[in-house]
Design a protein around this ligand. Sequence first.
Ligand SMILES: [Zn+2]
Length: 318
Amino acid sequence: MGGSAAAAACTAGSFVPLTAQTSAYFGAPSVVQVGFRRQQMGDMEVIALNDGVVRRPLAAEFVRNTPLNEVQTLLCSQNLPTEYVDIPFMAFLIVMGNRRVLLDSGFADNGGPTTGRLMGNLNAAGFKAGDIDTVVLKHYHGDHINGVRKKAGHMVFPRAKIMVPMVEHAFWMDDAHMAAVPDAMKGAFMNVCRVFGGMGAEQLVQFVPGSDIISGVTGIKAMAAFGHTPGHTLVVAQSYRHKFACVADLTNVPALFARNPDMAVQFDMDAEAAREARLKVFNMLVDAKMMAGGFHFPFPAFGRIEKIGNGFDFKPVA
Ligand SMILES: [Zn+2]
């Protein structure tokens, strides 16, 4: 796949901000003003970096296996709006010794006006684009990978190796898969092509679940959580007894899909596998009392997962 026709048709990916013409408009979401949060854990520092937020009208298809009124009741019980959901985007920078590893990349200039804040927040936290030595992309939806490459084509993090799950890469780079999906999904494939096209093996490094991204007593390991996408992968960063799990898109809205892990968001490509991964990982986080962060968790996006009823609650750090 590739070529200029495909490149010209590329969009910002499957997770595009909504257009106001065809849907009700509920106002602009508020973007956090101080968009980073540092957390020292042993010899590593974990820094949450906000890339912005998108507001989506809450339509019936958003939670595809649950009646809309039940979804609204769950939101209402948590004093949240019931006509729309705000979905934040949060990358994490892991600082270990002389390593600077960025987990996910946000939108850069490929998204709407309330996105693309990552670089400003990275700078505000004291880092430059050239400081990043590794970008780990845990799955290939546009909100996670677009920030690797600007709209004009150049790489945002000029020194960085791009590390990706082998299963995810194989799926999205396969022409047969692109041919088989509905037209509405083809843009996401073309976007993968836009981001990764022309990257050589010296720049693009593939890993498998269980492998070390950085090895050592202070290191980062990959963990499979397939379902949201075919190769959706988590990472656990560890320094001695301190562990931080970045759970990626196990939930797109914790107030819904953590509270009721049986609910399936419309973006889960294999809803049953995603549900199993959600339950398994959240239970592990509770049992291990592990610090967790999520790409779509509300700012500061760090915290603990606790059991509540038949589901889980995200408790951000104070
Ligand atoms: Zn996402």
